[in-house]
Design a protein around this ligand. Structure first.
Ligand code: CDP
Length: 232
């Protein structure tokens, strides 16, 4: 694999909310020695800025309020634990909260937000091989990615996983509320005008409804080694 690793490559992991993209993408990045980028966390950070600066009125975004904040935003990932650092502040816990989850898809649909995030995401890949998870990575951010995976699972299974994850973090929410948020985001993400969530034609689908994390990783690695072997 050494000769393969000398060239920079991109692995895109797209899919629906809470279907284990970040767990899988992190594991892959670690095994390959690539940098993991959580693109969803970046949109969550913008939603947090919007909320903190009162740029969200009812359910819509005040663009004039948010635009200058997005133009000057600085987003970094702390290498030791992947925490998102927003303008110098660790906001990892806040971006996973209920408020951000219920506004992020509204914020993420705007062109000026997406353009800035996509540019930052592409820049991260200039100096590193990256494994990036999100909604539009294989279709828009890296249309020439060497590997494209598309993860999916039944909504109830996804809601249970998110419910367990929030509980573990001490941020418990009623199951029905978690399920409703997932369904709403699926709907918004698939139907927005710019870069909607969809499988890239050349992506491989992994339905992990009945797969353990270990089985999912095993399956993904088989695909990745074949694809990287062909491409590099
Ligand atoms: O982890 P979870 O599946 O809940 O979502 P996420 O990956 O943290 O993404 C949060 C939200 O950001 C999504 O529901 C999308 O609205 C938006 N997003 C996006 O528009 N494009 C991406 N590449 C990643 C996320």
């Amino acid at each position: 694999m050494n000769s393969l690793m000398s060239k920079k490559y991109q692995v895109a992991v797209d899919g629906f909310s809470s279907c284990g993209k970040s767990t899988l993408a992190k594991q892959i990045a670690q095994l390959l020695g690539a940098v993991y980028i959580d693109s969803g966390a970046m949109y969550r950070a913008i939603a947090l800025i919007a909320l903190r600066n009162n740029c969200v009125e009812k359910d819509s975004v005040n663009k004039d309020c948010l635009k200058p904040l997005v133009e000057n935003v600085k987003i970094e990932f702390q290498p030791s634990d992947n925490h998102l650092i927003l303008n110098g502040e660790d906001v990892e816990l806040e971006i996973r909260g209920k408020e951000v989850a219920s506004h992020v898809s509204e914020v993420a649909k705007h062109g000026f937000v997406r353009e800035k995030m996509v540019k930052m995401q592409q820049d991260y890949s200039l100096t590193n091989s990256v494994v990036m998870d999100g909604r539009d990575i294989g279709t828009h951010v890296f249309p020439n990615a060497e590997v494209k995976l598309f993860l999916t699972a039944d909504p109830e299974v996804r809601a249970q996983r998110r419910f367990d994850e929030l509980k573990e973090k001490g941020m418990e929410q009623p199951f029905e509320e978690v399920l409703e948020n997932i369904k709403q985001r699926d709907e918004a993400d698939q139907n927005r005008e710019i870069a909607p969530l969809r499988k890239a034609d050349d992506a491989t689908i992994i339905d992990n409804s009945v797969m353990s994390r270990e089985q999912q990783l095993e399956h993904a690695l088989q695909i990745i080694y074949v694809k990287l072997g062909e491409a590099l």
